[in-house]
Ligand binder design. Sequence first.
Ligand code: ZN
Ligand code: ZN
Length: 257
Amino acid sequence: MQVNYHTHTWRCNHAEPDERAYIESAIAHGVKVLGFSDHTPYPFPDGHTSWFRMSVEEAPRYFALIRQLREEYKDRIEIHVGVEAEYYPAVFPALLELLREQQCEYMLLGQHYLFNEEESIYSATATDDPALLIRYVDQTIEGMATGLFTYLAHPDLIHFTGDESLYRLHMRRLCRAARELDMPLEMNLLGFHDKRHYPDRRFWELAGEEGNRAVLGYDAHSPAAFTWRELEDQGRRLLADVGLTPEEHLPLRSIMG
Ligand SMILES: [Zn+2]
Ligand SMILES: [Zn+2]
C-alpha cells in the first residue's frame, strides 16, 4: 500500500530498530508516504510510567530524528512524524501541550487502556463485563470528538466476550459516532499477523452497515511489516465483503485544533 501512517520505532520498548531500516523497507515495498506514529510520551502527573511508550524525556530526540530523516529521504519518500495516542481525559490537555511544543504533525487514536491508564484496565483483555465495553466506546467517542485525530487505530481493540447483542449495540454506537465525526476506522494488519482477536469481522460488518470510512494500517513494529502483501489482501477482502473500500490518500489532521 502506498500510504501507511501507523509505524512504530524501538523507542516504545517493543519494536525493532532502527528508523532507517523501516524507511528503506517501506521504499523497497512501494510505500510513498510513511508516517511514524510511535506510542506517544504521556506526561502523567503522578509519576505513573508505562513500559510500552517512549518517555517524555525521549520525545525531543524522536521528533528531531524523524524530521532529520524526512529531509534526508525527501527525494525518495514522503515522511511524517506523529504519534499513536490514547485519549486519557485527565492528562490529555498536558499531552497536547507537549506534542504541540514538539511540532508533532498528527495523532492516531489508539485506546489501549481505559480511564487514565493508571487503573491498568487494558482494552484488549478478554472481558464479558458490559461496563468495560461501554466505557471503551464512550471514551473512544470522546477522543474522536476532539477533532484532533487523523483516524481511529484498531477500533475493534476491545475484546468483549459477553452478550452478542450488547456488543453490536455499543460498537454500532462507535461506528455511528465515527461517521458523524468523519473519522476513518483502521483495519489493523498487525492484528492479522499476530492472530489477535482483531480485526473482528463482527465489528466490520457493523462498520459496513453504517457506511464508515476505512483505511488500512500496518501498525509496523518491524521493517518486515512492509512485506505483508497477503495480509493487506486479507484486509482488503474483509472490507470488500462488508461493502467498504479503504481510502488510499488520507489527509493528515492537524493537532493544532
Ligand atoms: Zn495500538
Ligand atoms: Zn500501533
